[in-house]
Design a protein around this ligand. Structure first.
Ligand code: CA
Length: 226
C-alpha cells in the first residue's frame, strides 16, 4: 500500500510519513499543492492524505483537479477547523473522508483501514452496468450516452441497486435503504417507483436488454444477464 501525503507543515508531514512507515505502508510526501498534484497524476497511489490549507493551490482545488483527471484514488482530507462548511467543501470536491486537526494517529490509521475495506466501485465516482451509468457525486445518469433525468427517490433506488449488481434485493431492504425510518412505505409504493424507473431506464431502449429485473414474490435486481 503506497500513500501520498500532501502537507506543507514539515513537522506534521514527516510525522505522518514516519507513522505510516511503521505500519509498513510506503509513503511519499509533497510539501506544496503543485508537486502533490503532479505526483498524484503521475504515480500510482492507493490513498492520498491531503491537507486542506496549503499555500498556492489549496486542498479542495487539488482534490477537484485530481477527480477531473479521472483519478479515483481515495482521498482523506485534513481540515484545521471543525467547520461544517469545510467538511462539505472537502467532500463535494471529491474527498472520501476528512479528519479534523489535531487528530490522533490511531484515528488516521483506522480511517485508512476503513477506506481500504471499501470496494473499488464504491470509491469510484461512476457505477456502471452494461451501457447504464450513474455518477454517485453529481447523480448524473446516462444510458447509451443519453442523459436520463430521475427524481430523488428514483435516483436513490437506482444507486442502491447499482451498488449491488446481479444481486436480488428484497422490497423491504430497498424500502429500508431509500426511505427514512419514520416513512410508512408499503411495497406497492416501491412498485410504483420501480415502474417509473423502468419507463426511464429500460423503455426508451427497446432494442437493449432490460436492466431492472423483477424477482417474483421477492424483490428486484439490476443485471444485464438473464
Ligand atoms: Ca497546511
Amino acid at each position: 500500500m503506497r500513500i501520498l501525503v500532501i502537507e506543507d507543515e514539515h513537522r506534521i508531514a514527516n510525522s505522518i510519513k514516519k507513522g505510516l512507515e511503521q505500519e509498513t505502508y510506503a509513503a511519499d510526501v509533497a510539501y506544496d499543492g503543485e508537486s502533490g498534484l503532479d505526483l498524484a497524476a503521475t504515480e500510482d497511489y492507493d490513498l492520498i492524505i491531503l491537507d486542506r490549507l496549503l499555500p498556492g493551490m489549496d486542498g479542495v482545488e487539488i482534490c477537484r483537479k485530481i477527480r477531473l483527471e479521472k483519478i479515483h484514488t481515495p482521498v482523506i482530507m485534513l481540515t484545521a477547523k471543525d467547520q461544517l462548511q469545510d467538511k462539505v467543501d472537502g467532500l463535494d470536491s471529491g474527498a472520501d473522508d476528512y479528519l479534523v486537526k489535531p487528530f490522533a494517529f490511531a484515528e488516521l490509521l483506522a480511517r485508512i483501514r476503513a477506506l481500504k475495506r471499501r470496494p473499488k466501485t464504491v470509491i469510484g465516482e461512476v457505477l456502471k452496468i452494461a451501457d447504464l451509468q450513474i455518477n454517485t457525486r453529481t447523480f448524473e445518469v446516462k444510458r447509451n450516452q443519453k442523459i436520463i433525468n430521475l427524481s430523488q427517490k428514483e435516483l436513490a433506488i437506482l444507486e442502491y441497486l447499482m451498488r449491488h449488481p446481479h444481486i436480488t434485493l428484497s422490497k423491504d431492504q430497498i424500502i429500508a435503504h431509500v426511505w427514512d425510518y419514520d416513512a410508512d412505505i408499503l411495497p406497492n409504493t416501491l412498485e410504483v417507483f420501480i415502474k417509473k424507473l423502468r419507463q426511464k431506464i429500460d423503455k426508451p431502449f427497446p432494442k437493449k436488454q432490460s436492466l431492472i429485473q423483477t424477482v417474483r414474490g421477492f424483490g428486484y435486481k439490476i443485471s444485464d444477464k438473464t
